[in-house]
Design a protein around this ligand. Sequence first.
Ligand SMILES: Cc1cc2nc3c(=O)[nH]c(=O)nc-3n(C[C@H](O)[C@H](O)[C@H](O)COP(=O)(O)OP(=O)(O)OC[C@H]3O[C@@H](n4cnc5c(N)ncnc54)[C@H](O)[C@@H]3O)c2cc1C
Length: 468
Amino acid sequence: MAQQLNQAHYDVVVLGGGAAGVAAAAAAARNGRRTLIIEVNPILGGELLSGMSLDGVLNARGEYVVGGISDELFDECRRMNGFIGPVHDHRLICYVCVDPEIMKIAVMRVLDRHGVTAWVNSFAEDVVVRDGVVTGLVVVNKSGRTLVTADHFLDCSGDGDLAARAGAPFEMSDDSGDLQPVSLMFRVGNVDSATLLRFARENPASMAVGESDYIRGDKTDEQLLDLLVEQGQPSVFFKSEGPFLGDAIRRGDLAPTALIMIQPTSAARKEVCVNATRVGGNIDGTDTAAVSATVGTLMEQVWQTYEFVKAHLPGFEHSVFAGLAPRVGVRETRRIMGDYLLTKEDVVSGRKQPDSAVAKGAQHVDIHQSGTTQIRIPIANGGSYDIPFGCLLPKGLKNVMVAGRCLSATREGMGTARTMGPCMAMGQAVGTAAAMCAERGDADVRALPVKELQARLRAQGGVIDGVY
Ligand SMILES: Cc1cc2nc3c(=O)[nH]c(=O)nc-3n(C[C@H](O)[C@H](O)[C@H](O)COP(=O)(O)OP(=O)(O)OC[C@H]3O[C@@H](n4cnc5c(N)ncnc54)[C@H](O)[C@@H]3O)c2cc1C
């Protein structure tokens, strides 16, 4: 086939249509820029569509620490009866639960409202870069190959594909060489929440509750489980140290995993998302063959787990298998090195950085490991930490910003900022920043005064201050 290179131009190009990319594109377009979002999958949303709770949207005190574009997405979900709302896990955090099928529509409504152009089924394979300025992205799809030029490029690909190809330094893993396991989420319908919660209440030794000092206070496991029952949501976590999950793993009924996490996705369908599968062994998420080789194993783990909960978990007796996440979930790949490195100390201490903050996170440091182990370190006092603008500015690049899981952070910093709340907030920050650079007529993202960006973010619903 002849290799003709098509041409297209936008003010802002966003690579990747996940939590970060959707917020970035909506924010850039909302602030007046012709914006294109490029996504390899047929439906936009990335991990927003997996059925998992959106963590890091609220701190453990129940305060929203992310706002703006995320509120628009939640409002759309609410309008379509797909918003379950804030749920407390009485373990480490509060999170927002939504119906992932409704979220698919909400994403498009928000992008369309702001006038974003979306290309689906489109893979960005290369960049054109000169002296630290990216001028084009080469995109492959049914129409052939297209050189998309723009003033600003926002890398929200999760893997940092654009920034890495443009020459920005990156890290994967640390000295240990470990990478978090990959997993496949699935959903189960017709679950009886009351029976499930009763079982949890009657089996405290099996349940993960009160893992942070702030949430634990002076409460016993039984008191924390009373609060879960009172909440009424099918939101329960079975721990591998406890008899229910631990014995199943020892018997060989289940593959080794740290937790079975069950969270609501739809009240109408009495549906929950189950997060329990994992393939470890340091799978490199940027290695297509390596990820592809896990698909069959993960699907078998899904079915094994479904059969196990249907047979053994009260509340699941009449359940039905309701669906798989759209793709294998990759937790950890490249962290693009930027002007600021978000560290473990920054996040666990709940550090505030008022001169540079453009987003927040609140989830505990959450690093899944192979087998039954997982690192979980809570944020001090059930609060939040700030994400400085420098985490989004890749070294050596002038008109490129990153947002989402590929931010500039240590492994531990990324282990919390990778959750969907901060990803949306970072996305909104870079989309807004790109638009403001254009208004100023200076493409260099470092020339933008952070105070002005913060003021715009606040005016448009972003949360930078005022919460614990
Ligand atoms: C198994 C698992 C469990 C998790 N559990 C939770 C949880 O319970 N709560 C929570 O908040 N977070 C959870 N996370 C973390 C969170 O979901 C992700 O880190 C976050 O959604 C990442 O958002 P993102 O926008 O950076 O990336 P993504 O959502 O991955 O979006 C990136 C998008 O870019 C596209 N893309 C990538 N490269 C290209 C390319 N070259 N060309 C075109 N398109 C491209 C991808 O297809 C994708 O849609 C979990 C993650 C995993 C994998």
